[in-house]
Design a protein around this ligand. Sequence first.
Ligand code: SME
Length: 150
Amino acid sequence: MFEKLQSKIPTLLQAENLSTDEKLKELCLFLKNEIPYYDWVGFYFRNGEKEELKLGPYAGAPTDHEIIPFGKGICGQVALSNSNFVVPDVSAQDNYIACSISVRSEIVVPLFVNGKNIGQIDIDSETPDPFSEADERFLEFVNREVAKIL
Ligand code: SME
């Protein structure tokens, strides 16, 4: 499944008539629609020089968490760790920010531009424990492609 999706992403991100935010929004919608257990897909980016993340383009239910301080929640932890964070069961996490009670699991993968962690892709799922290493490799690919247009 991921190989086929991967081949479509460069074209999607090169759409000439779209702004960067529009391209990222299209990408979020694409991932949410194509992968059955991706129920919310969004980007967070570092908010200028502040020690916080700001919500970028996303697909899925609106969230109250437009700003997340570094260190807070899964997203804020990834801003500091520079590492993927796979959460098979969100109820087992102490440092977690709930966006919706229907969310069971989450994966966050940092986005690097010139080696610098400038944001992340965040996926919420209503399925328990759905993410494998294939998701991690796929989302790392997605972020490398996104980095090229930022
Ligand atoms: N659950 C995230 C917050 C962002 S929402 O999932 C959209 C976290 O714990 O950082």
